[in-house]
Design a protein around this ligand. Structure first.
Ligand SMILES: [Zn+2]
Length: 309
């Protein structure tokens, strides 16, 4: 697919890499929600969008979601009490479609990564405890009709998909609506949760063009050089060796630092709302400029062999 510059690659989208999946092809994915200036609105990518009862096919202001006044939603809210930073979010799973996400399992999956006691030290050396209070909740079509969700309590929507969707990739669009594949591991849901908390991806997609290579046509997501192998927002593939480096991931300190710093610096009326309006363009803790430079030089677009998609 063509990309209008590098800007939106990291934007507010972000799709989960699934390293077992090969041959991504050239389709446009829901996770790549973009804004097309020619038609003045976000182009709709997902032909299945009618399955999303809470949104119109377009997310821009000229096509407001059907049930909600606020097209951007509010994802998570960060509050500070004493030396404790709490980031609260509710993930609303719409299980009214064909595919259903096990609520208890998903909750457990997210808790296994995010339900820990984290620490943060600010520039002045003040220490904070950081915790994430995340609730996974089922929502029905009836709920949506009767009582539109309060965006103040958080509005992360998740639509369960099966493995045939989007080449088996879970994703989050605009840090707001997620397509989560049913039956994935804890890491995948926790990675997607990372996006709902504002974090950027720490990997880039490469594709192989070389008819003589067994990898011809294959797509691989490789981690940026600065990402550590245990980084939840990275890929399992190391950027140089393409080897499976580490499937055991965790929420690393740099993610916690990015979120905590954002919450502290953006307090407004006693809270920091993490959403499309408040987050920086690339999201929190994006790859460094050095990262991007290195990847551009190592895997130039259009080169034979592995190149940036
Ligand atoms: Zn991702």
């Amino acid at each position: 697919m063509s990309r209008n510059g590098d800007g939106y690659r990291y934007g507010f989208g972000g799709h989960e890499n699934d390293n077992e999946v090969k041959g991504n092809g050239n389709h446009i994915s829901f996770g790549d929600y973009g804004y097309d200036p020619r038609i003045g609105r976000r182009w709709n990518i997902d032909p299945l969008s009618m399955e999303y009862p809470w949104q119109s096919p377009f997310l821009s202001s000229d096509n407001n979601p059907i049930f909600f006044n606020d097209p951007n939603g509010k994802n998570a809210v960060g509050t500070i009490s004493g030396n404790t930073i709490t980031v609260s979010a509710t993930v609303y799973v719409y299980n009214g479609g064909k595919n259903k996400l096990d609520i208890a399992k998903t909750q457990k999956a997210i808790n296994s990564y995010w339900g820990k006691d984290f620490k943060y030290k600010d520039e002045q050396g003040k220490s904070y405890n950081v915790k994430f209070d995340i609730t996974v909740k089922e929502i029905t079509f009836g709920d949506l009709l009767l009582k539109p969700l309060s965006f103040e309590e958080g509005a992360n929507y998740v639509y369960p998909k099966d493995g045939t969707f989007n080449n088996n990739r879970s994703n989050v669009a605009n840090n707001m609506v997620g397509n989560w594949i049913v039956g994935k591991d804890d890491r995948t849901y926790s990675h997607e949760m990372g996006h709902l908390l504002g974090l950027a991806d720490l990997y880039i997609d490469l594709e192989c063009y070389n008819p003589f290579s067994e990898n011809h046509g294959e797509t691989r997501s490789v981690s940026y050089p600065s990402a550590t192998s245990d980084e939840l927002m990275s890929s399992s593939y190391a950027w140089t060796t393409f080897s499976f480096k580490n499937k055991d991931k965790k929420v690393t300190q740099r993610s916690i630092n990015a979120i905590a710093e954002f919450v502290i610096k953006n307090q407004n009326n006693g809270k920091t709302v993490i959403n499309l309006n408040t987050l920086p363009e690339k999201g929190l803790d994006p790859p460094t400029e050095e990262d991007e430079k290195t990847m551009k030089e190592t895997y130039p677009k259009g080169a034979t062999g592995w190149s940036i998609k």
